[in-house]
Design a protein around this ligand. Structure first.
Ligand SMILES: [Zn+2]
Length: 83
C-alpha cells in the first residue's frame, strides 16, 4: 500500500479505485437503472454512456487519501470487543 502525506501533513493511505462517471451514469434510486449500463467486471463498476467529463470512457479513476489515524478509528469502531 502506498502512503503519502496530505495537505495537512497527515500520513495517509492512498486508495485508488475505478467508479462510474457521475456525469454520464445514472444509477437511479438503489441502482434501479444500473442495468441500462454495461458492467465492467474488471473495474468493478458500471460504465456510463460517455461524456466530456470522463473522456468518453464512462468511468473515472478515483484516488482517496485516507489518514492512517482515521483508518485506526474505523477499525476500532468496527471491532466488537468481547469481555
Ligand atoms: Zn462521463
Amino acid at each position: 500500500m502506498a502512503h503519502r502525506r496530505n495537505e495537512r501533513g497527515e500520513m495517509c493511505e492512498v486508495v485508488k479505485f475505478t467508479r462510474s462517471c457521475t456525469g454520464c451514469f445514472e444509477g437511479g434510486e438503489c441502482m434501479g437503472l444500473a442495468h441500462n449500463y454495461r458492467f465492467d467486471s474488471k473495474a468493478g463498476c458500471h460504465v456510463g454512456a460517455g461524456c466530456e467529463e470522463c473522456g468518453y470512457t464512462g468511468k473515472r479513476r478515483q484516488v482517496l487519501y485516507i489518514p492512517l489515524s482515521q483508518i485506526k478509528e474505523l477499525n476500532n469502531s468496527g471491532a466488537k470487543k468481547e469481555k
